[in-house]
Design a protein around this ligand. Structure first.
Ligand code: G6P
Length: 365
């Protein structure tokens, strides 16, 4: 087993470190800079739809939520994202011009599979964004975009998540080019950022000592709060999910702008607050949120863009990630949050790869 872990103490850590080459697998062969597009080998016509429904569970759901921002930004198409167990029991308005995208690492999650069936009953076309080859969902969707993350053993998903984000970016370019909402020049500059992602994730991994320091400082905390805005809101939710899954520390996530409507009441000097404060048009607003937390005694751990010295004035701890397009910041920002959950769980002596009560794939309702 030790050799299967490639010298790492846990599968989860190994999988976290595999992310640079996984992203290379997801993206590398599909980017077509010369043609200002992507080659996904899909049969579906990306210009045939007027709305997108994304369905998924757990970590894959947060990848879907990021996907919504990507699709809105690059393809200007209305997108709804649902947890599959809700979608399958509501009465979604679906027709022949709906593309339903199911995101799943295992391709076996029963709620996601049933959500696909629900969309098909309404006449939607279906696309799976899947890791496991030949899995149940791939057999029921019209088309599959494999994320090529390789087998993921750790119950808490890491490399499949960032690969799903890469895949959603590809789908957004594919639709954006077909719909004429993404110009050649815009596409080329976005593709250049995608091309750089594996190297940027490698750099993000180098921040592990700083993350370990934060974990050490706060591993006795009873609660954690994660805040982020816009495309980094789902990152906050995924960070909180990772932490609760493997450390069993209660963690709550909120869109930062919504903090004033409730979670602000929780803030005191015992509450570590992780704030996604990477470069974005909403950066100043996020800094205001940090100041509100600080004014109430909260401890701020900011995830910020390399080179941002200003943020040190506001946050007690800063975890730096490499600069990329704001639309791709969720990919590099996932890394320190995965490491924070990992280091915290190890300090608390938890079973990192097999957390209690959780299953890698949930095939029964
Ligand atoms: C379980 C796993 C999660 C995963 C979710 C969805 O809850 O513990 O890590 O995100 O299922 O799984 P899927 O295979 O559909 O991505």
């Amino acid at each position: 087993e030790a050799s299967e872990k490639g010298g790492y103490p846990h599968y989860m850590l190994k999988e976290i470190y595999e992310q640079p080459w996984v992203l290379e697998n997801t993206l590398g062969g599909r980017l077509r800079e010369e043609e200002a597009g992507v080659e996904l080998g899909l049969r579906l016509d990306p210009a045939a739809f007027d709305k997108v429904h994304i369905v998924a569970c757990g970590t894959a759901y947060y990848a879907g939520w990021v996907g919504k921002y990507l699709l809105e930004a690059l393809a200007r198409i209305p997108v709804e994202v649902d947890v599959a167990s809700e979608y399958r029991y509501r009465n979604p308005v679906v027709d022949g011009k709906t593309l339903a995208i199911a995101i799943s690492q295992s391709g076996e999650t029963i709620d996601t599979l049933e959500a696909v069936r629900q969309a098909k009953r309404g006449g939607a076309s279906t696309l799976g964004v899947i890791n496991a080859k030949g899995s149940s969902i791939t057999r029921e969707t019209d088309d599959t975009l494999y994320i090529h993350a390789g087998p993921e053993i750790g119950v808490a998903s890491t490399k499949a998540y960032t690969a799903m984000l890469g895949a959603m970016a590809l789908i957004a370019v594919w639709m954006g080019r077909a719909r004429g909402t993404l110009s050649q020049a815009e596409a080329r500059s976005f593709l250049a950022e995608l091309r750089k992602l594996p190297r940027l994730v490698e750099r993000a991994l180098e921040m592990r000592p700083a993350v370990a320091h934060v974990a050490e400082k706060y591993h006795q905390a009873v609660d954690y709060l994660f805040l982020g805005r816009h495309i980094q809101a789902p990152t906050a939710y995924e960070g909180a999910l990772k932490l609760k899954e493997i450390s069993y520390i209660h963690a709550e996530a909120y869109p930062a702008g919504e903090m004033k409507h409730g979670p602000i009441a929780l803030i005191d000097e015992r509450l570590p607050v992780v704030v996604l404060a990477t470069e974005s048009p909403l950066y100043e607003k996020t800094v205001s949120n940090i100041q509100e937390v600080r004014a109430r005694g909260g401890r701020v751990i900011a995830v910020a863009t390399e080179g941002d010295q200003e943020i040190r004035k506001f946050a007690q701890d800063v975890l730096y990630v490499p600069k990329t397009s704001p639309l791709l910041a969720p990919v590099v920002s996932a890394v320190p949050l995965q490491l924070l959950a990992y280091e915290t769980a190890v300090l608390l002596g938890r079973d990192v790869d097999q957390p209690r009560n959780l299953a890698k794939s949930v095939t029964v309702e």
